[in-house]
Design a protein around this ligand. Structure first.
Ligand code: NAD
Length: 260
């Protein structure tokens, strides 16, 4: 399967976890890649991982903070300058933030989480959609979360931002369908990445392994998802094979969000 020959895919949060796995997945199917992250080291490691599966892949790495609109405009312009177009956009960078019940949730932390997880997604769509509209084609996948469709607790900022990502996805999807553009969101559950590893340290600093084991017992599969299992769905949604899937929020969580 080579769904991404001559396709340019832009990925934020490409320096780790789900972003890196998606980069590898689409590169293996022939994609040209623009990789964005705030972490230079993360980007370098992802580039290495991409070249392992696709030695011929064309890539640019762009260091940017997605919460800063000027930097978002910068990574979009740099991608178009490098490759002339954007066919797929995985709008994925995000942070968890410090967990706390609402009354103790720091207001500056709330603002910080929203600035990256919500503003960053909005800025990304705003600037990429201008490019895709001029092409009359494109596929966007925003990273929401099960925390964007269900209450999890102790995550005011994360929940507000991820529910916001779901809203932005539906709103923009109905605006841009007529321009040959699809916009969907993925809502991952517990996927074993550095973010979830750190989350377990927040839950139980002395014994994060035990916290991790307990946490996953309520999942129907009794295991964490793998970044590759999200990347496969993202790659499908970014490809023309998913051309009539629009405005959807796809949970990738082993069924946990449907459990009573
Ligand atoms: P991760 O921490 O492994 O990767 C996140 C990447 O985003 C990192 O490389 C980080 O440097 C980058 N990043 C953070 N802030 C940034 C900024 N301001 N500008 C640019 N890049 C920035 O985490 P992950 O698990 O791969 O998470 C990716 C996305 O998936 C996030 O939006 C997260 O909320 C979402 N998500 C993850 C899970 C999960 O279980 N792992 C579940 C639901 C949703």
């Amino acid at each position: 399967m080579n769904n991404f020959t001559d396709k340019v895919v832009l990925i934020t949060g490409a320096g780790s976890g789900l972003g890196r796995a998606a980069a590898v997945a689409v590169a293996a199917q022939g994609a040209t890649l623009a990789l964005v992250d705030i972490s230079e080291q993360g980007l370098a490691d992802t580039r290495t991982a991409v070249l392992e599966v696709a030695p011929e892949a064309k890539t640019v790495v762009l260091t940017a903070d997605v919460s800063d609109e000027a930097q978002v405009e910068g990574y979009v312009t740099a991608t178009v300058e490098a490759f002339g177009r954007i066919d797929g956009f995985f709008n994925n960078a995000g942070i968890e933030g410090k967990q706390n019940p609402t009354e103790q949730y720091a207001s500056d932390e709330f603002a910080r989480v929203l600035s990256i997880n919500l503003n960053g997604v909005f800025f990304g769509m705003k600037h990429v959609l201008a490019v895709m509209k001029s092409q009359n084609s494109g596929h966007i996948v925003n990273t929401a979360s099960v925390g964007g469709i269900r209450g999890i607790g102790n995550q005011s900022g994360y929940a507000a931002a991820k529910h916001g990502v779901v809203g932005l996805t539906r709103n923009s999807a109905v605006e841009y369908g007529e321009f040959g553009i699809t916009i969907n969101a993925v809502a991952p559950g517990a996927i074993w990445t550095p973010m979830v590893e750190n989350s377990m340290k927040q839950l139980h600093a002395e014994n994060p392994e035990k916290a991790a084991e307990q946490f996953i017992q309520t999942n129907p599969t009794k295991r964490y998802g793998k970044a590759d299992e999200v990347a496969a769905v993202v790659a499908f949604l970014l490809s023309d094979a998913a051309s009539y899937v629009n405005a959807q929020v796809i949970a990738i969580d082993g069924g946990q969000s449907q459990k009573y």
